[in-house]
Write a protein that binds this ligand. Structure first.
Ligand SMILES: CC(=O)[C@@H](O)[C@H](O)COP(=O)(O)O
Ligand SMILES: NCC(=O)COP(=O)(O)O
Length: 250
């Protein structure tokens, strides 16, 4: 079963924010991605709104509801009251909780489930009671005990942080090691009924090995590498290339 592709629009929004102008359009590029067969759209509305603005969220919600009712909206963020209220207002199909400090340049680690269990449990319950699926950002370090704790929060899925794997683009031997670690973590999650997503620094080049190792991978959310390719191939053709890399026949 191919992994579903969710296109992250953060980088599009970062480009838009360079000027006080409405282009490139976040919803316009999101529409092209969905028209090309992406399964959904992902955004990470960071507290400083450096790229995705809170005002983008209802526009993306409306795009999916009005034009692509079978697509999914995935919102990522740290569970502050502000972020949780944004989730409850915009009702994404999935919320991906990440342990990011507002000062972080990007997401670069998963949850410490041993330390954060008591924080995550009520948040997961609140979001699920609001009808949203919950995924937790997790390091692909093969720690089965941590995965069991992720399950204990009540979350539906984990999202494997694939940044270290993405960074092995010029070290094939290290890529094999990272795939093994990610696979072990995924297997531990799958064995106890947790769904498995993945994201961060994924590309057309590194996706096939990940999808092959984790055949039950539910979804990959991709923004930086996909946007870079879209500058070269256009968004529609890039989405088709990434869908093929996810195992889809396109
Ligand atoms: C959670 C994750 O790995 C990414 O989706 C994250 O949203 C990237 O954030 P930036 O686009 O702000 O780097
Ligand atoms: N959760 C990962 C994501 O949404 C996009 O990450 P990246 O492809 O921008 O690194």
């Amino acid at each position: 079963m191919p992994a579903k592709l969710s296109v992250n629009l953060n980088a599009i929004a970062m480009l838009r924010n360079r000027r006080d102008l409405p282009w490139p359009s976040v919803t316009g590029l999101g529409r092209i991605a969905l028209q090309a067969g992406a399964a959904g759209l992902t955004v990470h509305p960071r507290p400083d709104q450096r790229h995705i603005r809170f005002s983008d969220l209802p526009d993306i919600r409306a795009l999916i509801d009005d034009e692509f009712p079978h697509a999914e909206f995935n919102m990522e963020g740290y569970p502050t009251e502000e972020f949780l209220a944004l989730c409850e207002k915009n009702q994404p199909e999935q919320v991906t909780l990440v342990p990011d400090d507002p000062s972080q340049a990007t997401s670069d680690h998963g949850w410490n489930f041993r330390q954060s269990l008591d924080v995550l449990k009520p948040v997961v319950k609140r979001l699920k009671s609001g009808g949203m699926r919950v995924s937790l950002f997790a390091d692909g370090d093969g720690d089965a005990e941590a995965v069991a704790l992720a399950r204990e929060t009540g979350a539906d899925r984990i999202e494997l942080y694939t940044g270290p794997y993405g960074g092995t683009y010029d070290h094939p031997d290290k890529a094999i090691e990272e795939i093994a670690r990610l696979g072990a973590t995924a297997d531990a999650a799958h064995a106890i009924g947790l769904g498995v997503n993945a994201g961060h620094d994924l590309t057309v080049a590194n996706l096939p090995a990940l999808v092959k190792r984790i055949p039950y991978l539910a979804e990959v959310s991709i923004g930086h590498g996909l946007t870079a390719d879209a500058l070269e191939y256009g968004m529609a053709e890039t989405v088709r290339r990434f869908r093929r890399a996810c195992g889809e026949t396109v």
